[in-house]
Ligand binder design. Structure first.
Ligand code: A2P
Length: 267
């Protein structure tokens, strides 16, 4: 289909871009990631999302996906859940290298530097596949130009679900130029809530009972901490309430603030 002239495509498929999948990794029976070609014309800010999916008859079946790769990377990477009866992910989870996905390339989102006021420490709170936009943000040099310290928290139900985040840190440490940019500024705090591990509990609880301060070396400070949050609706609401109770203001692209939120993909 990539070679089909635009005018010969069914009406519903005009304006979408076809991209070849280059790699697929299955992390758990609930999550997988994949890489694909990046259109030459695609410009985005680390942390943004695009609409991607598959062709369903004569139309595209699209969902919002955060781009997990940084803006400077040549390919695109996505991290997805697998929902057995999910309209898109039930099919997307069977992707193989050489297959094609479709994209409506209009990157948008609030988990971007432009939506935050200056600060000293950047805290990225994520649960589940909500880590995806932060996989992009922590590989962006701008993050380390703007902040002295970057804390990424990742909370999942089970231990294996933390693998994607841990592997990401390994990838950064072994990268050809990222270690020089990141230095010792980045810390990953990963916790589980349903399977026992050395670090257990929700970050919302950790913030309230002092474990967050202990793990990161300093208590949460609304004056100098800036926050990005990505996860389920319930998680967003609870983190947002904690930020607001601390006197922080929610930011947007047109009106930067102290914290920003975005719902992680669900299918
Ligand atoms: P828990 O196991 O205690 O519900 P989910 O897969 O349901 O989106 O959950 C992903 C992770 O987010 C789980 O570890 C879950 O913990 C945690 N979580 C769910 N709700 C909240 C919340 N309101 N605040 C913080 N973490 C949450």
């Amino acid at each position: 289909t990539a070679a089909t002239p635009e005018a010969e495509l069914p009406k519903g498929l005009r304006g979408v871009t076809f991209l070849t999948v280059t790699g697929v990794t299955h992390w758990t029976d609930r999550t997988f990631s994949f890489t694909c070609q990046r259109p030459d014309s695609l410009r985005f800010r680390s942390g943004e999302f695009v609409m991607i999916g598959l062709v369903d008859g004569e139309r595209p079946l699209l969902r919002a996906y955060s781009i997990a790769s940084p803006a400077w990377e040549e390919h695109l990477e996505f991290y997805s859940i697998k929902v057995q009866d999910g309209p898109l992910t039930s099919r997307l989870q069977h992707l193989k290298p050489g297959d094609e996905i479709v994209m409506r390339a209009k990157p948008v989102g609030t988990l971007v530097h432009d939506a935050l006021t200056p600060g000293k420490r950047l805290i990225l709170f994520s649960t589940g596949t909500g880590i995806a936009p932060f996989a992009s943000v922590i590989r962006d040099p701008e993050t380390y130009e703007k902040f002295d310290e970057v804390i990424l928290t990742h909370t999942c139900r089970e231990v294996h679900e933390l693998d994607y985040g841990k592997d990401l840190i390994r990838h950064i440490e072994e990268h050809e130029f990222l270690p020089e940019i990141v230095g010792d500024k980045l810390t990953l705090v990963s916790t589980t809530t349903r399977e026992s591990s050395e670090t257990m509990g929700r970050m919302t609880d950790w913030l309230r009972d002092g474990r967050f301060a202990e793990a990161t070396g300093a208590p949460f400070d609304p004056a100098t901490d800036r926050v990005m949050i990505c996860g389920s609706m319930a998680m967003l609401q609870e983190h947002k309430a904690i930020c607001e109770a601390a006197g922080m203001k929610e930011g947007s692209n047109s009106d930067p603030g102290d914290f920003v939120i975005e719902k992680a993909f669900v299918d």
